[in-house]
Design a protein around this ligand. Structure first.
Ligand SMILES: O=C(O)C(=O)C[C@@H](O)[C@H](O)CO
Length: 332
């Protein structure tokens, strides 16, 4: 049995690979990149498929490069260390499409769906691909693993709410309805993806500048709050004000990026005002944390929201993957 585990969280837009110590989940080394599933899939279509390389092989090659980088950063030989992959790698645009588990979905992970791949000469790692969950009209891949890990973390501390909507911001934000240890339903909001499309390929791209996105200065914050304050108005109409803000010199392009973000996050979170009987749990990673925290406050949702520290959300994905290994009695 290996001392180490490789935990890979491969989302639509981001890649995260972590080497952890199996006994105490301690993070030893990590590599991250912008090479999410969507970009690798696009490269496979453009280069791999044309040269006759299978999709699974193409993804394995991309993964093994990152494992080699991690091994060299950590100074540890990682051959034969197993790897668990959650997220979009098990989707139609990923390594291999695996059927979704269904709702209700137990938070102990006992109903998760998997595919197991043996180690090969060119990929000397046993690989476990974790699938997602579907409802009648929605799907997710990756967030269920984070939710399983987070539930376990909160359980240990006696802090798990019996009934709550867990909000996982991201490219495809998820609002997950959990009751009595089961995920009952969820909704996807394309907040991050719409932001990226608007800011990079729409007419609005000439009106926004995302280079100051880490700078939550007073004027940026004011622009974000201005976007949030429009949350009740028709979004398709308000989006165009990003252009007029720039044409009329109302906001700088950097401020306008914050305004656009406020509009979209506001549109995502505003409907939660109507769900007043539900407790909310904000489960944001570091990048989006200040945006969602601010939005929760401005939309008067803070009184019934528990906020989980961003570092714990990262840890939750690791714990979720380890729990899923253990549930499957995998020899890793
Ligand atoms: O399963 C799929 O095909 C998805 O598109 C799921 C996606 O929304 C992820 O949960 C987050 O990117």
């Amino acid at each position: 049995m290996s001392t180490y585990l490789l935990c890979c969280d491969w989302g639509t837009s981001f890649f995260r690979l972590r080497l952890i110590n199996r006994s105490d989940y301690r993070l030893i080394e990590e590599v991250t990149s912008q090479q999410g599933i969507a970009s690798i899939y696009t490269s496979w279509k453009a280069i791999g498929e044309r040269s006759g390389i299978g999709k699974e092989q193409f993804f394995r090659d991309a993964l093994v490069k990152q494992i080699d980088l991690l091994a060299s950063n950590a100074g540890i030989k990682l051959d034969q260390v197993p790897v668990a992959v959650s997220g979009m790698a098990s989707s139609s645009i990923g390594m291999d499409e695996i059927p979704y588990a269904s709702l209700p979905f137990a938070m102990d992970g006992s109903q998760a769906s998997f595919r197991h791949f043996d180690a090969t000469e060119t990929f000397p790692h046993e690989l476990i691909l974790i699938s997602g969950v579907k409802s009648q009209e929605d799907v997710m891949r990756g967030e269920e693993t984070q939710l399983i890990g987070l539930t376990a973390l909160l359980d240990r501390e006696g802090n798990r709410p019996n009934e709550a909507i867990f909000i996982f911001p991201g490219t495809h934000s998820k609002h997950m309805y959990v009751q009595g240890g089961q995920l009952l339903n969820f909704e996807t909001y394309m907040t991050g993806e719409v932001f990226n499309l608007m800011a990079s390929t729409s007419i609005l791209k000439d009106s926004v500048d995302v280079s100051g996105f880490n700078d939550f200065s007073e004027t940026h914050l004011a622009a974000f709050k201005a976007g949030l304050s429009e949350a009740g108005s028709p979004l398709l109409n308000r989006l165009f004000t990003v252009r007029t803000n720039q044409l009329f010199g109302n906001l700088t392009k950097q401020q306008n990026a914050f305004y656009l973000s406020g509009l979209l996050i506001g549109a995502e979170l505003k409907p939660l005002q109507e769900k007043e009987n539900w407790q909310l749990v904000l489960c944001s990673g570091t990048n989006l944390f200040p945006f969602y925290k601010q939005a929760i406050e401005d939309l008067n949702l803070a009184g019934r929201t528990t906020t989980i520290a961003a570092e714990r959300i990262d840890k939750a994905a690791i714990i979720g993957q380890v729990i899923l290994f253990q549930n499957q009695n995998l020899n890793v």
